[in-house]
Design a protein around this ligand. Structure first.
Ligand code: ADP
Ligand code: MG
Length: 252
């Protein structure tokens, strides 16, 4: 397998016209199949950086390469999951997952079968015909993950997708997400303000502050991650390191 970066951001800067810079000279690369998290306080520029990685915003300076090429127009290569599941309530769960394909007029019988298999893998096999309002918040998040994965994106970008969920549901979703992405080999760039969530999910965590990446932590915990790892000394040491970095300690 190639070790060239899959997503490669070099010296990326972005400013909303008339405002101070929001993202400043960020270097970040994601190797194939890796799971990276981005943590930082509210307003530090996380969502803006994710939109730059998605091609939803163009950098003022610097480059963003996906598999060695400049980012194409936003399309099926990039899956994006927002904090809110943003499901359409007049469509069934299955049709919500098929929506990105049906909008392009390309739903084939095997797409329907793949959507059903993905929903079954995410524990929603009994809810294919239900409407989103008949599901819990955690189940709705699972539908949003299935919808993002169905077109076969080469990378998944997620912006605090579990922030509105209770702690136990969030932990279940973390396991479900790790399992589906691992099976597909899909790399993920995941924004969260929850340090323990970042350590549990990630191979590498970036700490962002005032538009810059201030700290970079490798998470060498064994995979697949299991819930008990949360109680290990290594896990807690990483959480403490990240917490100190967010508080501005130990940074040169
Ligand atoms: N459309 C916009 N116009 C001007 N400023 C914006 C706009 N969107 C976001 N910002 C500002 O950019 C900064 C970073 O925002 P954002 O990337 O959403 O941060 P985060 O996701 O870390 O909370 C904030 O100060 C925010 O007010
Ligand atoms: Mg944000």
């Amino acid at each position: 397998m190639s070790t060239a970066p899959f997503l490669d951001m070099r010296q990326v800067s972005y400013t909303f016209p008339g405002w101070p810079p929001v993202v400043q000279r960020v270097d970040w690369d994601i190797a194939p199949g890796e799971f990276h998290c981005l943590v930082g306080r509210s307003g530090c520029g996380k969502t803006t950086l994710l939109k730059l990685a998605a091609g939803l915003l163009r950098p003022d300076e610097g480059t963003v390469l996906l598999q060695g090429r400049p980012l194409p127009a936003p399309g099926p290569q990039i899956g994006f999951v927002f904090q809110q599941p943003t499901l359409l309530d007049w469509l069934s769960v299955r049709d919500n997952v098929l929506l990105p394909l049906s909008l392009q007029g390309k739903v084939r019988a095997d797409d329907v079968a793949r959507a059903e298999a993905l929903l079954a893998q995410l524990g929603l096999g009994a809810h294919l015909q239900h409407r989103p309002r008949q599901l819990s918040g955690g189940q709705q998040s699972r539908v949003a993950i299935a919808r993002a994965l169905l077109p076969g994106p080469s990378i998944l970008l997620m912006d605090e997708p579990f922030a509105a969920l209770d702690a136990i549901t969030r932990e279940e979703l973390q396991d479900a997400l790790l399992a589906v992405c691992r099976e597909r080999g899909t790399p993920v760039f995941f924004v969260t303000h929850d340090i323990a969530e970042a350590v549990y999910l990630a191979d590498r965590v970036a700490v962002m502050d005032a538009g810059r990446i201030r700290h970079d932590v490798r998470v060498a915990l064994p995979r697949p991650r299991v819930q008990d790892v949360r109680y290990s000394a290594a896990f807690n040491a990483l959480c403490a390191e990240l917490r100190h970095a967010m508080d501005g300690e130990g940074i040169v």
